[in-house]
Design a protein around this ligand. Structure first.
Ligand SMILES: [Zn+2]
Length: 127
């Protein structure tokens, strides 16, 4: 069973856009924390993974180095290319219940793409 809807506050959305913008043209990687209620998830917080390496590819981030944390909903990373679709590598690195891709030019929620493990889009609501 997958998620049908994800919500996040304007503040969390703004933070994702800001971090992505600040490391562009490199890719950012952050962890998403929050709660899941059946097919609905709320992103409440963003944190920086340990040993995250900016400016390298997504594969440089090793999810197995993470502490076990059940509040982790998934990983958000950026695509300076502006393409909102996950790569095969992104799907291989899928963790949790959702994936977020933030695309250039990092302007607003239209640049925030929420996807499931198969790369299908999940509806995002800014609250
Ligand atoms: Zn990617």
């Amino acid at each position: 069973m997958g998620l049908r809807k994800v919500s996040m506050s304007r503040e969390v959305a703004g933070l994702l856009l800001e971090v992505a913008r600040s490391v562009d043209p490199d890719e950012m990687i952050v962890l998403l924390h929050g709660k899941v209620n059946k097919d609905y998830a709320v992103v409440e917080e963003v944190s920086f993974p340990p040993q995250s390496i900016y400016g390298d590819s997504f594969s440089s981030f090793n999810p197995y180095s993470l502490p076990i944390d059940h509040s982790i909903l998934g990983i958000a990373h950026s695509h300076p290319s502006g393409i909102g679709r996950p790569s095969a590598e992104d799907l291989d690195n899928f963790m949790g219940v959702m994936m977020v891709i933030v695309t250039a030019p990092y302007r607003d929620e239209k640049d925030i793409h929420v996807l499931d493990a198969e790369g299908r889009k999940i509806r995002l609501e800014i609250v």
